[in-house]
Design a protein around this ligand. Structure first.
Ligand code: PLP
Length: 408
């Protein structure tokens, strides 16, 4: 089938995808053609406020000028070397990312799932080389309702049947405990445990925020058990919650932090494992890698992202506007909202199931010019770019109210 040469409408483009694109997503029926800041525009020129921000990959908004400029500059100089050679952008990126996160070393990868896979491999290798776990016996303790990505190993320890069903056989070596349950965690770790791997806030599960003290407790349990604390901050990190990392809300420093999404500034896929030298130092040449990991374009954009975060301005903004978001949502409880959880500019909003599924509410919001997405059932996730203004946020909340209260 050949593509027509005339410009196609949104409806035509959506229909054209059906026979040629794998059906692994169910997008809202909007076809985005342009974007700037917190706004996107569809093929017909309709404008929408982006309240999802690429699941936090667009923390700095669409096409942030400093990030676009860094990408353009690098595109004109050097884009890829592979790690067969050094490139002149990688050292600076690693130095600054390590400093930003208070860690020693960086393992650059591309997607979030790759960072998680890399974190798992590192934890296992550390367990054998440093902790002394007998070969092939290492275990990793994870939380129920986690979301860490889509690879075979990662879905091996998912509790979401849709994500797993039909994809076995699975990778062994994982123990699943309830999230936010320190006693269960403590009971699950033993001398074979390489790491505890958790999200400091569970994003896909509906922005589930653990009780105060849970993350500090995980730090304590892992320290006592002599295993690693690996924090998946791929969605929660890099300013989203009002801090650089979500673990900072409890003053916790994990052994390993997984980063992705916003690290690429919404321009290129950039992920990284950052951690202590004792852990990342276990890797030797040939044991792990990626052709594109640490490429100069990714490093240039990643460095520009780190520069934005070094100012602290985005974290402050997320914290301040997070109060506007929280207050606005609190005012909707009992008026279409049955509950919500928020931290910084990130919220999981449980809408009254009587008003429709999260999907139906997201479609109604779309018609009001607001793009958001359901997670599970009747929960809608809000994660606008951290560059959103207070007025834009207030107008998004007004649209949510309109959709829920008047059933627009
Ligand atoms: C916490 C967390 N980890 C890992 C991933 C996987 O990232 P990617 O889709 O880039 O592979 C995601 C994606 O949503 C995530 O939210």
């Amino acid at each position: 089938m050949t593509a027509p040469t005339h410009p196609r409408t949104s409806d035509e483009l959506i229909r054209a995808e059906e026979p040629v694109l794998a059906h692994n997503y169910h997008p809202l029926p909007v076809v985005v053609a342009r974007a700037e800041g917190a706004w996107v525009e569809d093929v017909e020129g309709r404008r929408y406020l982006d309240m999802l921000a690429g699941y936090s990959a667009l923390n700095f908004g669409h096409r942030h000028p400093a990030l676009v400029e860094a990408a353009h500059r690098q595109l004109d100089r050097l884009t890829l070397t592979s790690r067969a050679f050094h490139n002149d952008r990688l050292a600076g990126f690693a130095e600054r990312l390590a400093a930003l996160t208070g860690q020693d070393m960086v393992l650059p990868m591309n997607t979030g799932a790759e960072a998680v896979e890399s974190g798992i491999k590192l934890a296992r290798k550390w367990a054998y080389d440093v902790k002394g776990v007998p070969a092939d016996r290492a275990t990793i303790v994870v939380a129920a309702d986690n979301f860490h990505g889509r690879t075979t190993t990662i879905v091996s320890f998912s509790t979401d049947e849709t994500a797993r069903s039909g994809f076995g056989p699975f990778t062994p070596g994982f123990r699943i405990v309830p999230y936010n349950d320190l006693a269960a965690l403590e009971a699950a770790v033993d001398e074979t445990t390489a790491a505890v791997l958790i999200e400091p806030i569970q994003g896909e599960a509906g922005v589930l925020i653990p009780d105060d003290g849970y993350l500090a407790g995980v730090r304590e349990v892992t320290r006592r058990a002599g295993c690693l604390f690996v924090a998946d901050e791929i969605q929660s990190g890099l300013g989203r919650t009002g801090r650089t990392l979500a673990v900072e809300h409890e003053g916790v420093v994990p052994d390993v932090v997984l980063l992705g999404k916003a690290l690429g500034g919404g321009i290129v896929p950039v992920s990284a494992v950052v951690g202590r030298r004792e852990v990342l130092g276990v890797l030797h040449p040939g044991e792990h890698g990626s052709t594109f990991g640490g490429n100069p374009l990714a490093a240039a954009v990643g460095t520009a992202v780190v520069e934005l975060l070094e100012t602290g301005a985005f974290q402050r903004r997320a914290a301040e506007l997070g109060e506007v978001l929280r207050d606005g949502l609190a005012a909707l409880v009992g008026r279409g909202v049955v509950g919500f959880r928020s931290r910084g500019l990130w919220a999981g909003v449980d809408v009254d199931p009587a008003l429709g599924t999260g999907r139906a509410v997201s479609e109604r919001l779309m018609r009001e010019g607001i793009l958001a997405k359901d997670t599970h059932g009747s929960t809608i996730r809000l994660a606008p770019p951290l560059t959103i203004t207070a007025d834009e946020l207030t107008s998004a909340l007004a649209s949510l109210e309109k959709v829920l209260v008047s059933g627009a």
